[in-house]
Design a protein around this ligand. Structure first.
Ligand SMILES: C[S@@+](CC[C@H](N)C(=O)[O-])C[C@H]1O[C@@H](n2cnc3c(N)ncnc32)[C@H](O)[C@@H]1O
Length: 235
């Protein structure tokens, strides 16, 4: 039997559909579009998911390491890390309950990974101490590209505290060049409304001052939209 949404959709003009999507509260997205969460994290689902695992394995991530996925969204990278890591070694959090739930209820079963027992939490203040463990590696993919510097500072402090000595936290960012705005508003988009922000490397060096973290510029890591990579290492 056809879903009501599939019967109604062809009857609506595109402008009405756009307006409905823009104004809809997030908890209803899945009724309008079952793949909304893949769009909400920026699309490029397969390519950008695999790239995250390949990169971290190249940096030394082992199956027996404990890994923290900061702003894991709907597990675009998460499904690859969960498959690779030993059972129970993947920890992911996101501030969006809807995105995280889509990862848990749609993507985990789809990839046959429920038995790998990932630990998934809704956290919006980077309060990773509640996981009550330390991590060998952490990654924030496409997170610092959307949040203000004071949130990044909090993230570095809390994730830094949760790393083992010598542990590494990788994070992507949009590098500020001489031209172009530092912040692009996207509040009128459906699904992904977070602004796009750009920073220069010096801003991260400043944030690491007086923290037990050093930052190094990795740069181009093959991101299809040109996001650059930083590596924060715990002393
Ligand atoms: C572009 S998505 C990327 C998701 C995932 N890392 C990936 O590569 O698919 C950015 C994610 O960061 C999350 N995020 C932004 N600020 C956050 C915060 N303060 N705490 C937790 N998650 C946050 C958003 O909810 C969103 O799911």
């Amino acid at each position: 039997m056809k879903h009501a949404r599939d019967l109604v959709r062809p009857l609506l003009p595109a402008s009405v559909k756009r307006t409905v999507k823009r104004m809809l509260p997030a908890r209803f997205y899945r009724h309008v579009d079952p793949s909304w969460h893949r769009k909400a994290v920026g699309g490029l689902w397969a390519e950008l998911g695999q790239l995250q695992l390949d990169f971290l394995v190249e940096q030394g991530l082992r199956r027996d390491h404990f890994f923290l996925d900061v702003g894991c969204g709907s597990l675009r990278g998460g499904v690859h890390f969960i498959r690779y890591l030993d059972t129970g070694h993947y920890y992911g959090f996101d501030r969006s309950r809807e995105r995280l739930e889509a990862g848990r209820s749609v993507e985990l079963p789809r990839y046959g990974l429920v038995d790998k027992r990932p630990v998934l939490e809704v956290i919006d203040d980077f309060g990773v101490a509640r996981f009550d463990r330390s991590f060998d590696f952490a990654l924030a993919q496409s997170v610092f590209t959307h949040i203000p510097l004071d949130a990044i500072e909090l993230c570095l402090r809390n994730v830094g505290d949760a790393l083992v000595s010598g542990g590494r936290f990788y994070a992507t960012f949009n590098e500020r060049t001489d031209s172009g705005p530092d912040r692009v508003d996207r509040s009128d988009l459906p699904y992904h409304k977070d602004p796009i922000v750009r920073y220069d490397v010096a801003a991260f060096e400043e944030l690491c001052r007086a923290k037990p973290l050093s930052v190094s510029y990795v740069g181009d890591w093959g991101h299809p939209r040109g996001q650059r990579m930083l590596a924060f290492t715990k002393a």
